[in-house]
Design a protein around this ligand. Structure first.
Ligand code: CDP
Ligand code: MG
Length: 702
């Protein structure tokens, strides 16, 4: 085990903006810190609630929300923003008369976790007074739900049906510092909605001090070219409240020399903390399921090699696709005499709170989406985090008592090379879904939309181009009827929506809906660690020569024939939880399809129809095997990018001449995940303009 050498370092404390920056400070004396717990009737859990930093600001928050259209609340992770503020609002009457308090989160996992926590605190059944909605899962009761947690993406969809979001009295846009695409679109739209609904209250809450830019965004009005926005309207100045945390001091340690393998470095750091430091849980930040699994494996090996050092360690992974039961383990208290090590993605950075963490190990990396509009390739890559993220991560160590944070990078790197804040997702993503949503909401002038951060025009043009070739937008960049409007109704990537719509004419909607449901799941197979050979053999039992999409149909059929049996899944190295989810999503998609007038029909084994429907949606992802390639190199038809079939595909090493793929993942190379063979003539059939002389709709029209 290589030894890490550490050097204690400093990290400037976070500086709050002064009065000029618009930050309003409320002294705790203004608050209701002394009121009794029984007032709210949650006696047992009440005192716990009162100990949270946000409690001192209860009166102040309610006062500001009462008197301001928009209130911005900044407070450290764990101070009680998400779980408490919606309850305060309910107690103050904001949910009376059938109105609903909404609280959005960028992450699905956080939505479920905070909703069940709040239901527990209020001693109600989840799905009644307190509910949640994420894509494909609605746990609310319209007649009873007063506090509703939902992803920002789901709230955007609700705007399609109810443009002024009339049922909500207060909308809390939480975790605004994450600047997800949906959060940004939502902020732009809520600003518009507020003009029509002065009684609507917004709360923007954030863990980092970027309150100034948010506050500016809500008080200035951008002049639009849209007909409804001719006048320059001054905005009411938003209130800004900073919740003083109760975080303890965190001692920062940097490595003396840069580390070459952060997974290995993580493992040795965890073991040396366990060996040398007093009790307290360890939270490790890695980037994704692959390196988390690798670290756990390595820890297990080292533990085996040195039984003494590692006894008493409980090692747990945390990432968003983790099954529910395993998530619950992460949040359960550490048994006496044991030390919990949670190895997490940046999901534990701000949106989830883990009790008992005293040590943080920060790899300095996270997985981030980057989109290159020129090559039209979107990649989830391991990239350095920002200083803001590094501070958030360190802060996780000071929740219960003074803690320590071990940064696996040098102080010099932190000071001189790390960027101070991250890039908003809007500026590094493919915008196809974003554009179709705005179009469906009647926002025609997308470049002129009032964005918190403008998207790059090239990415916007690319998105318009794809939507045009899918037949979703017309020459004037307006949604086509019916295809465009129908595609916008389906809560999936427009390419999948188009595939579903095309299956209607081709008579294979039942099969295509199955494929769409499976493509929405990260993987239906168990993860291949240690069972790769068995997994490959299992896949072979279902493999279709046409590729992964058709293989999915075989898998699904087998699952149904087994009576949806978990033993059957186990035997075939299939993830039973994922298959159950597929059934659920499929059911939702069936309902959506019926609503759109799609006739549910099976092609009874006519696989050609299925393949043509897939091509109708995914023609833009076509690639061709290089003529003299001995290593399976393909080039994408559109961008001439070098790509390879992913090892998890049933077409790996088969290398048919023409394929289309569902998505690209990049590790050492660009890999096509979920590939299917095609006849190239289908491409021009599906999208003549796209492959011949490309016509571009004018994005700035109107
Ligand atoms: O939103 P913010 O980060 O400010 O805090 P929060 O999520 O409201 O969490 C407040 C407290 O509730 C945390 O300190 C946790 O102790 C507790 N909590 C929990 O036990 N389980 C959850 N699922 C969420 C919060
Ligand atoms: Mg929160």
């Amino acid at each position: 085990m290589p030894q890490q050498f550490w050097k204690p370092g400093t990290d400037k404390p976070r500086i709050l903006e002064d009065e000029e920056g618009g930050v309003v400070f409320f002294a705790p004396s203004l608050s209701s810190a002394s009121s009794s717990s029984s007032r709210f009737g949650y006696a047992s859990i009440g005192s716990q609630r009162q100990r949270l930093p946000v409690y001192k600001y209860r009166t102040a928050i309610l006062y500001l929300v009462e008197t301001h259209a928009t209130t911005i609340i900044v407070g450290e992770t764990g101070s009680g923003k998400t779980t408490q503020i919606p309850q305060y609002l309910k107690e103050a009457g904001w949910a009376d008369g059938g109105r609903v308090i909404a609280c959005t989160q960028p992450r699905r996992l956080a939505v479920q976790s905070v909703a069940s926590r709040v239901a527990e605190e209020m001693d109600v059944k989840l799905g009644e007074e307190v509910g949640y909605t994420i894509r494909f899962e609605d746990v609310t009761n319209p007649a009873a739900t007063m506090i509703k947690f939902l992803t920002d993406g789901v709230l955007l969809r609700e705007i399609m049906d109810d443009p002024l979001l009339t049922k909500y009295s207060v909308i809390m846009v939480d975790e605004a510092h994450e600047r997800s695409i949906s959060t940004d679109i939502l902020l732009g739209l809520l600003k518009k909605i507020q003009r029509r609904r002065p009684e609507l209250r917004l709360i923007i809450s954030s863990a980092t001090i970027e309150a100034k830019s948010m506050s500016d965004f809500f008080q200035t009005s951008k002049k639009h070219r849209g007909p409804e926005d001719h006048e320059f309207v001054p905005r009411k100045v938003p209130a800004v409240l900073s919740v003083e945390g109760r975080g303890f001091n965190v001692q920062i340690h940097y490595v003396v020399e840069p580390v070459s393998d952060y997974v290995q470095a993580t493992v040795s750091t965890v073991l040396s903390i366990h060996d040398q430091e007093p009790a307290g849980d360890i939270l490790v930040f890695l980037t994704g399921q692959d390196d988390i699994d690798a670290a756990i494996q390595l820890l297990a090996e080292e533990a085996h090699a040195s039984r003494k050092i590692s006894s008493g360690l409980i090692v747990l992974p945390l990432y968003s696709s983790l099954p529910r039961a395993e998530q619950d383990l992460v949040f359960s208290p550490t048994p006496r005499g044991k030390r919990k090590v949670v190895i997490s993605t940046n999901i534990a950075e701000t949106s989830l709170t883990l009790e008992g963490v005293v040590y943080v190990v920060d790899s300095g990396f996270s997985k981030q989406q980057f989109y290159n509009p020129i090559s039209d390739i979107e990649n989830l890559v391991v990239a350095p985090i920002s200083k803001a993220s590094a501070r958030q991560r360190a802060g996780r160590a000071g929740r219960v008592r003074p803690g320590k944070c071990y940064r696996l990078y040098t102080e010099e790197y932190f000071v001189n090379e790390m960027s101070s804040v991250g890039i908003p997702e809007m500026q590094r993503s493919k915008l196809v879904s974003c554009v179709i949503q705005l179009k469906a909401l009647g926002i025609d002038n997308i470049l002129g939309f009032d964005w918190p951060a403008s998207p790059p025009p090239e990415a916007m043009i690319r998105a318009l181009e794809v939507l045009y070739s899918l037949g979703v937008l017309d020459d004037d960049a307006k949604l086509t009827s019916p295809v465009g409007f129908q595609a916008a109704e389906i809560p999936l990537d427009p390419m999948i929506s188009k595939m579903i719509l095309s299956s209607n004419q081709l008579g294979c909607s039942e099969e295509i809906i199955t494929i769409a449901a499976i493509l929405s799941i990260q993987s239906i197979w168990v993860s291949g660690k240690g069972v790769q050979k068995e997994l490959d053999e299992a896949k072979l039992r279902f493999a279709a020569a046409e590729g992964d999409h058709v293989t999915f149909l075989n898998v699904y059929k087998g699952f149904l024939q087994s009576g949806k049996s978990s033993q059957w899944c186990h035997k075939n190295y299939m993830n039973y939880q994922a298959m159950k989810k597929v059934i659920e999503i499929r059911e939702q998609l069936r309902r959506t399809a019926l609503r759109l007038g799609i006739v549910l029909r099976s092609c009874e084994g006519d696989i050609l129809a299925v393949r043509k429907a897939v091509t109708a949606g995914f023609f833009a992802n076509a690639s061709r095997l290089e003529a003299f390639s001995h290593n399976g190199m393909y080039k994408t038809v559109r961008g001439s990018q070098e790509v390879y079939i992913h090892p998890s595909s049933v077409l790996f090493r088969v290398n048919p001449k023409w394929v289309i793929y569902h998505s690209l993942v990049s590790t050492d190379r660009q890999y096509m995940r979920n590939a299917m063979t095609i006849d190239p003539s289908w491409l021009t059939e599906a999208a003549p303009h796209f492959f011949q002389n490309l016509r571009r709709p004018d994005p700035i029209a109107h």
